[in-house]
Design a protein around this ligand. Structure first.
Ligand SMILES: [Zn+2]
Length: 232
């Protein structure tokens, strides 16, 4: 059986409600990581996610590279968004039980990495359960110890842009090619257990309408089961 926990980054966006509707229709549980400035811009859409039972996690306020920030700036980025998400949950009338965090670009903060992990550990953040993830790189990189939510496979569909030369076909092709980190292809990974990223980007929606549906359907058609996120 192929397992995956689905994460969707960079809400709010115009396409957030369409993604939420699709997840609800297919009964696919997910974590959506919200970027504070975008929640402010598309507040109703982010609210829609919370109201529909999606776990919304913290993805910083302005989506910076954390290795370029001082510790003080890093904490301000986290806490500013944390307050926005607290209000979002409050306005949705939903109790905020879990507080996962994902670093923008997976940039764990350079020199401040250890201090930031300690911050998460002592400030009520939740680690997404990862003991089922079988890949050697997960432990080799120390990801099993980190509190923030990294990933095992990123579709990188955000690379599809008018001038990038990357097409949706390229994204699909890569799911069948041997992934250098996994040592096998995503779709052939029979005993796989993944933390998958898709991004809620309106720019992608414009170029490939319904791209998120197509990517999720690809996983379903290839035998993936989406597990509810658990926390440890
Ligand atoms: Zn992001």
């Amino acid at each position: 059986m192929k397992h995956a926990v689905l994460t969707i980054d960079d809400i709010g966006s115009k396409n957030t409600p369409a993604i939420v509707d699709y997840l609800c229709e297919k009964k696919i549980p997910a974590i959506m990581f919200a970027w504070g400035q975008r929640v402010e811009e598309y507040y109703e859409n982010a609210l829609y996610a919370v109201k529909n039972g999606i776990i919304v996690g913290n993805h910083s306020y302005s989506h910076p590279f954390f290795s370029k920030l001082t510790m003080e700036e890093a904490i301000a980025e986290i806490e500013k968004n944390e307050a926005i998400l607290d209000k979002l949950y409050q306005d949705a009338g939903v109790e905020r039980v879990y507080r996962p965090f994902r670093f923008p670009y997976g940039d764990k903060g350079g020199d401040n990495k250890d201090a930031l992990q300690e911050y998460f550990r002592t400030h009520g953040y939740h680690k997404v359960k990862d003991t089922q993830i079988p890949y050697a790189f997960w432990k080799d990189m120390g990801l099993d110890k980190d509190i923030d939510t990294f990933w095992t496979y990123d579709f990188e569909e955000y690379l599809i842009r008018p001038d990038s030369g990357v097409t949706f076909e390229d994204i699909l092709k890569r799911t069948r090619e041997v992934d250098p980190v996994l040592g096998k292809s995503l779709l052939s990974d029979e005993d796989g257990s993944h933390l998958i990223i898709i991004h809620a980007h309106d720019e992608t929606e414009e170029l490939v309408p319904g791209y998120f549906r197509k990517l999720i359907d690809l996983l379903i058609d290839n035998g993936f089961v989406f597990d509810p996120p658990e926390f440890i």
